[in-house]
Design a protein around this ligand. Structure first.
Ligand code: PEP
Length: 252
């Protein structure tokens, strides 16, 4: 079983000062927790400050985005090499970037391969729309997206996958633990096909979508759910701390 991961996606929230303060609170409340890898993903402009705040602690830092090229004329973009030294993880293929910034599976695939090549741990997000679930095609949609996003990827050691049903993100309507388990088990099977069973067993698969202190216990108890990608609740130090502590106790 992989070490569980709880990653906080702060999205476009917090000034640099607020980000440092939140990171400092979390360092205080979570610096001593063991058995769970904690990853804070602040906005890009706060990465350096948050990294400084967490220096010497076990808490890790992640970026919310990354370009696939090393450098060049890509105004406003962030290169993988710029992230090295600032963070260890990068969220790729989040549904908000797919929806609002036209990130396709093909683009996500280039980013995943690049992140792994330079030594960043990708948290690859896949998930179906509400319309897909209503039409009973969530398994087909997620399978196609995962396969395309991982095309040509041969090494799995640094990979993290997050199952994030789009209808559950920011809505307060989390998937049931059973729905989430079914989809994470599907993802595990697909990873087995690509990397072999042993390697697939070691890949952390996270659930994301309205995770709270109230539902994390049941979610993290599922055999194929190795933690969570947390949006809204990650901005509240007390709630995020509770989510991490509960995950640690469930998995210990
Ligand atoms: C997310 O942003 O990935 C997310 C799951 O958000 P929330 O927890 O707010 O639903």
């Amino acid at each position: 079983m992989p070490t569980p991961i709880i990653a906080g996606n702060w999205k476009m929230n917090t000034t640099v000062r607020e980000a440092a303060l939140l990171a400092s609170h979390l360092r205080g409340s979570l610096g001593g927790v063991s058995g769970v890898e904690v990853v804070l993903c602040p906005p890009f402009v706060s990465l350096a400050e948050v990294a400084r705040t967490l220096e010497g602690s076990p808490l890790k830092v992640g970026s919310q985005k990354m370009h696939y090229d090393d450098k060049g004329a890509f105004t406003g973009e962030v290169s993988p090499h710029m992230l090295l030294g600032l963070c260890q993880y990068v969220i790729l293929g989040h549904s908000e970037r797919r929806r609002d910034f036209a990130e396709t599976d093909a683009i996500v695939n280039r980013k995943v391969r690049k992140a792994m090549q330079v030594g960043l741990r990708p948290i690859l997000c896949v998930g179906e729309l509400l319309a897909d679930r209503q039409a009973d095609r969530e398994e087909a949609v997620v399978s196609a997206s995962l396969r395309a996003s991982l095309e040509g990827v041969t090494a799995s050691e640094s990979l993290v996958v997050a199952y994030e049903p789009v209808w559950a993100i920011g809505t307060g309507l989390a998937a049931t633990s059973q729905q989430a388990q079914v989809m994470c088990a599907l993802i595990r099977r697909l990873l087995s096909e690509q990397f072999g069973k042993e390697k697939a067993t070691a890949i952390p698969i996270l659930y994301g979508g309205s995770v709270t202190p109230a539902n994390i216990q049941e979610l993290a108890s599922q055999p194929d759910i190795d933690g969570g990608l947390v949006g809204g609740a990650s901005l509240n130090a007390a709630q995020f701390t509770q989510i991490v502590v509960t995950t640690a106790s469930v998995r210990s």
